[in-house]
Structures are given as structure tokens and as C-alpha cells.
Design a protein around this ligand. Sequence first.
Ligand code: KIV
Length: 272
Amino acid sequence: MSANDTTARIDTETFRAGKGGTPLVCLTAYTAPIAKLLDAHCDLLLVGDSLAMVVYGMTSTVGVDLDTMIRHGKAVTGASKHALVVVDMPAGSYETSPEEAVANARRVIAETGAGAIKLEGGTDMAATIAAIVAAGVPVMGHVGLLPQRAEAEGGFRIKGRNDAEARRVVDDAVAVAKAGAFSLVIEGTIEPVAREITETVDIPTIGIGASPACDGQVLVIDDVIGLFTEFQPKFVKRYGDVAKAVSDAAHSYADDVRSRRFPGKGHVYDAE
Ligand code: KIV
């Protein structure tokens, strides 16, 4: 698989076949214009529920609902043609029962055209993942640091720093793979844990704050381009300064309006 092959959209089977090869490139995308810009460079675009924080300014990811995820999922799918699109199941949409999870997952796929859904959890979510996969909806798992549970656990904390917790994270990953997930996000853990998982499961592991010992990497696009600047986790590498570009543009526009340099002659309609 190559991100340069823009002729066909990557499906979950092709993505899965990327395990152990060239690292898989994944980024979040929430809107059509950003999806369009990222599509050719990525193997996977994740419509993450991180949009609650970076798009809607909420303090955690739990405030976003299914309709919102579907709206953004549809925008990203519609504006991309190469990358596999995966839509996050928001908190509250899949934990109550496997039946409800299946119905909501089906809705996401039917209404967005995405290739798969993602949900957080390990051993405790294995039956739900198996039910969704059995219903024909590909699932990406998510183990380690689980943002939807962070608030309840007292904050974002790296998982697996002691033996018992490391074992739990590995067991979670194995359970998710056994349940039929086609790929797995590993978030916020130490390198030996990520390496053990990657060497144990037969599906691609996608790390975020989980070291290079994964089959691929994912980052939040607003962190990558320097648009979200409230805080910068250690694992983020910033490749741009869009916040400054936007602020500079707004500053120049404000100067021009206040000094009547804008609109200029070229921006005004003639009578004919
Ligand atoms: O919502 C999100 O952006 C995610 C990533 C952290 C993987 O789940």
C-alpha cells in the first residue's frame, strides 16, 4: 500500500495488510477542507471524537454526540477519495449493550459512507466489538489511555508503567484483536508495552504517544499544524504554525479595514 496511490480508496483489508510494512500514516480530520488536504498523504483519516476539544472547545471528548460525529464523518468521507475513513463512536453510543452498539455503528456507516468505526476499550468491550464485526461493520480498537474515561479516572495518565497495568493493556489489545478488530490504536503507553502488543497481535497497531514500536502513527491534525495551542502533549511534533498564520492574517485584515485600505478598488463591483 502506498499513500501515493490515489486511484482507489484504501479498505480495511488493505490497511490490515500493511502490518509490519512501511509505517501506516494516520491523521485525524473533522472537516471537508482539511480532509481534502490530508487525503493523498494518509492511509487513514480518523474522524476522532477529539473534535469535541479541538473543534468545539470542550474540556474532554465525552461531550460530543452521535449526530455530531455523523455530520463530521460525512464531510470527511465526501471530501476524500484515497484514505480509509474511520469514525469514532462517541461516549454513550456503544457501552450500554452490544445491540445498541451494533445499531449505532450501522447508522454511522450508512450515513457517513466511512469504512469503519473506532471505539475505546479492551477486554470489557470484546463482546461488543465481536457483535459489531459480526454485523458487517469493521472495527478499529483503542487501548491504553482511553480519553473517554480520563475525566472519570482523574485525568490523562500514561498506562502500563507498572507490571500489572502493562499486563492489562496487553491483555486488552489481545482481546480486541481476538474479537475481530482490523486494527488497533494504542494510546499513551510505554515502548515495551507497545512493542509486546505489536509483536503479539496480527493486526496493525497505530500509536499515539506509544513510541515507534507500532505499525503506524496517528496524531490530531490541529496539533500537527499548530492550530490547537492550549497545551502540547510530549508525544506531539508540531509541523506548522497555523495559529500564528490565522492571527497574523486577522491582524492585517483588521488594520486594513480600520485604515480603509480594504476594500480597495479591485474589490468593488462596477455598475456593468
Ligand atoms: O479522537 C481521537 O482523535 C483519537 C485519537 C487520539 C486516536 O481517538
